[in-house]
Design a protein around this ligand. Structure first.
Ligand SMILES: [Zn+2]
Length: 498
């Protein structure tokens, strides 16, 4: 048995959720500070992330508590976006791997990954990353990876890691909690107290993100079942991944990983039981979307705000451009008494607002510049209320404590619609994205958000009503709109399956 005080565990993470339907590519600089949600190397990682609600944050806190010695290598999270250039991935991967080689011998490796990264040459970047990590440390050193609830888990990932741990929540509020779980299991493995074996199952099921929300049925019921199953003897961890349907790869879709303490038949039995129960619920995953005008009519009739409009089709958190104008156009034309739109990522519009200056009336071309899939640019005349550099810290409950850099930003007011324009592209799930401009979302009739589900972490209780909008885009929840070429078939709901 290894003495825990002397055990050394390498930690790191490269996180990307790749939308292969995006027209843009994700580059090395998208993983760099400023553009990324965070980037740190070496000892700086411990200081920067120890208190953050992210996987390495939870892992660091719990591992230090247990007396493990940590060897921090590299951690970076690029905003979800188009396919990652293979060279960018290789450059990041090799920074981790060369650090790992230099750190040998280690007694364990913890990786925080997303699980849905696709490069221009590799459909399964995390599988590749785990395989190469395994080659370096050998068969006997534990490798534990934490994955997003939207991971498209592949057979290679399941094979190369000893333990995969997925989030149990969407909005993702348990990221640090799962990191702590990983640290507890790591400690038990290093002390030879457990011998994890796993069963992996892919379902013939593609689930649209709004229906993966764990605050509502059927996901809420499924996770209740998962947590009951986790209480059974010898069960160490169960992951149900909803998958990321906007990556057109063979392995996209829902999957299950069951880990038991040295009982492979039990792991297989539980995986089968859970897969059957989820499959029986497949029709409950069908989405219902509302046209923007119907949602506006509802808000104008009830006059009870805030009514939240989720423009999931243009969700940057799923790789969309975040400069779509379909929702904005209807809001501006409807003459609503008060509305705020967060955010439109449009550096040109911000620059135009800057040239006009705060307090001035300006005519600005807003949005629709990345592609033509999310609406055309709008030429709007209104008041530039504020312009300048802006950043904020998430107040939670999701990714609490992480700094979000908006770049240069502006508040542009057109027909009572406050449009938050930003240089940087990010998902405004935290209410601070609006409050940092002195706008109180509770006092607005309509809040338009470029988000599919994560906004619910802040707005589920605040909102009087929530609409998931029927707008076009590369993150539209209507899965029948996509032309899949690589996805395994048959798969529900694209194919009729009984
Ligand atoms: Zn996710």
């Amino acid at each position: 048995m290894k003495q825990i005080k002397k055990a050394r565990v390498a930690i790191g993470g490269i996180l990307h959720e790749t939308n292969t339907f995006a027209r843009t590519k994700t580059d090395y600089r998208d993983f760099m500070k400023g553009r990324a949600l965070g980037m740190a190397k070496g000892a700086g990682m411990l200081k920067e992330f120890r208190d953050a609600n992210i996987g390495v944050g939870g892992f660091i806190r719990e591992a230090e508590h247990s007396g493990l010695k940590l060897v921090p290598l590299i951690w970076t999270f690029a905003q979800p976006g188009g396919t990652v250039r293979h060279q960018a991935y290789v450059r990041l991967r090799d920074q981790f791997l060369s650090g790992l080689k230099a750190a040998l011998p280690v007694d364990g490796v913890f990786l925080e990954l997303h699980g849905a990264m696709v490069t221009t040459r590799c459909e399964d970047a995390e599988g590749d990353f785990l395989r190469r990590t395994r080659e370096i440390v050998g068969k006997r050193v534990p490798i534990i990876a934490e994955l997003d609830l939207h991971a498209n888990i592949t057979p290679l990932m399941a094979k190369e890691a000893d333990i995969l741990i997925g989030y149990d929540t969407y909005p993702h509020v348990d990221i640090a909690e799962r990191g702590k779980e990983a640290a507890r299991l790591m400690t038990l493995m290093i002390r030879d107290k457990i011998k994890p074996v796993s069963a992996f199952r892919q379902l013939h099921l593609l689930i649209s993100p709004p229906r993966q929300c764990t605050l509502i049925s059927p996901m809420q019921d499924i996770f209740r079942m998962v947590h009951e199953m986790e209480k059974r003897p010898k069960v160490l961890s169960i992951t149900f991944s909803g998958g990321f349907p906007f990556a057109d790869i063979g392995d996209a879709g829902a999957s299950i990983v069951v880990i038991t303490d040295n009982d492979a038949p039990l792991a297989g039995k539980i995986a089968h039981e859970l897969a059957s129960a989820i499959w029986r619920k497949r029709k409950e995953f069908n989405v219902v979307l509302t046209p923007v005008r119907d949602a506006i009519a509802y808000a104008l009739k009830t006059r009870k705000g805030p009514v939240v409009f989720a423009d999931g089709s243009d969700n940057p958190g799923g790789g969309a451009p975040c400069d779509g104008t379909v929702m904005l156009k209807d809001l501006v034309e409807a003459n609503v008494p008060s509305a705020v739109v967060a955010i439109i990522a449009d550096p040109e519009a911000v620059a135009a607002a800057g040239r006009a200056g705060a307090g001035r009336i300006a005519t600005i071309r807003v949005g629709g510049k990345t592609d033509r899939l999310h609406g055309k640019p709008l030429t709007l005349t209104g008041l530039v209320r504020w312009v300048g550099n802006k950043s904020y810290f998430n107040k939670g409950p999701m990714m609490t404590g992480m700094r979000v850099d908006m770049g240069r930003a502006a508040v542009f007011v057109v027909n009572n619609v406050e449009i938050i324009l930003c240089e940087n592209r990010f998902q405004p799930f935290d209410a601070e994205a609006i409050r940092c401009f002195g706008i109180e979302p509770r006092k607005r009739l309509i809040i338009g958000l470029k988000s599919a589900v994560h906004y619910r972490s802040c707005y589920q209780t605040m909102a009087k009503k929530i609409f998931e909008l029927d707008t076009p885009g590369i993150h539209t929840p209507d899965l029948t709109q996509y032309r899949y070429r690589n996805l395994r078939r048959p798969i529900y709901p694209l194919d009729a399956m009984n």
